[in-house]
Design a protein around this ligand. Structure first.
Ligand code: PEP
Length: 254
């Protein structure tokens, strides 16, 4: 089981084929920094092309439909993204929860369907600002996890990753304090051990996401229980994304 720091780029609704040059540059750099596991989740339209270019980096999707196939116009299933070359899928991102009304229950069915299709899952959780201001952030996030994750997952440690992304930190340039990140990651670890047992729950990687940049990555990635980062805006160029990966590898080449 790989315990290397995991740095994942979420390209969101960005990128045409012109962006394949960035994917190639990320891949080449990742080959030189093997202490870090690097992956990108491009839009559906680029998964296959990035997969064909990539020798080192993992390629994933940003969503999938819970059903295996059928009359769901405009949707894409887990087995379809796997067929295109995806090895993982990001599920439960706040932009899906908020912009598409995705509930915890729907996210859980997506997790089940992704795992059944042989994909690994990066499950996102994170509180809105008013929950943090009210001091209810931990309760909110643990409840999201409780309801969004299946009761049991064979090989959970290998198949699941959790990404803690406070909604108010996404794309805003604001981040929680390092102590706040440490407290939330410790709480999530406690939950994962309770849900999946010590052997599996203690090795599920917990990523931090929300305005991670080259200049704050080293501090954030140094926090206890932060196993990597889910990066939005700063993953769109190879230069900034790989500087984050470099910080995760402590700046040393393999
Ligand atoms: C995200 O949306 O997953 C994210 C972390 O975005 P950003 O890095 O741009 O805050």
């Amino acid at each position: 089981m790989s315990l290397r720091p995991y740095i994942v780029g979420n390209w969101k609704m960005n990128g045409t084929r012109a962006m394949l040059s960035e994917a190639r540059a990320i891949d080449r750099a990742a080959q030189r920094h093997m202490k870090v596991e690097v992956a990108v989740a491009p839009p559906f339209t680029l998964i296959h092309a990035v997969h064909r270019e990539a020798e080192q980096i993992g390629v994933g999707a940003q969503d999938c439909h819970p059903a295996a196939d059928g009359a769901f116009t405009g949707d894409v299933s887990a087995s379809m993204v796997a067929d295109a070359g995806a090895k993982f899928v990001i599920l439960g991102h706040s932009e899906r929860r908020e912009g598409h009304g995705e509930t915890n229950e729907l996210v859980r069915t997506k997790v089940q369907s992704a795992l059944a299709a042989g994909l690994k899952v990066i499950l996102c959780c994170g509180e809105p600002e008013e929950r943090r201001d009210a001091g209810a952030h931990e309760k909110f996030v643990l409840n999201q996890l409780r309801l969004s994750l299946p009761e049991s997952v064979d090989g959970a440690g290998e198949k699941l990753t959790v990404a803690y992304e406070p909604i108010w930190a996404i794309g805003t340039g604001r981040t929680p304090t390092l102590d706040d990140i440490a407290a939330m990651h410790a709480a999530i670890r406690g939950f994962l051990i309770e849900r999946f047992g010590d052997a599996q729950g203690s090795v599920i990687r917990i990523l931090y996401g929300g305005s991670v940049k080259p200049d704050n990555a080293r501090d954030i990635l140094g926090v206890a229980e932060v196993g990597g980062a889910l990066v939005g805006g700063a993953s769109l160029t190879a230069d900034s994304f790989m500087n984050i990966a470099l910080a995760a590898g402590d700046g040393e080449d393999a």
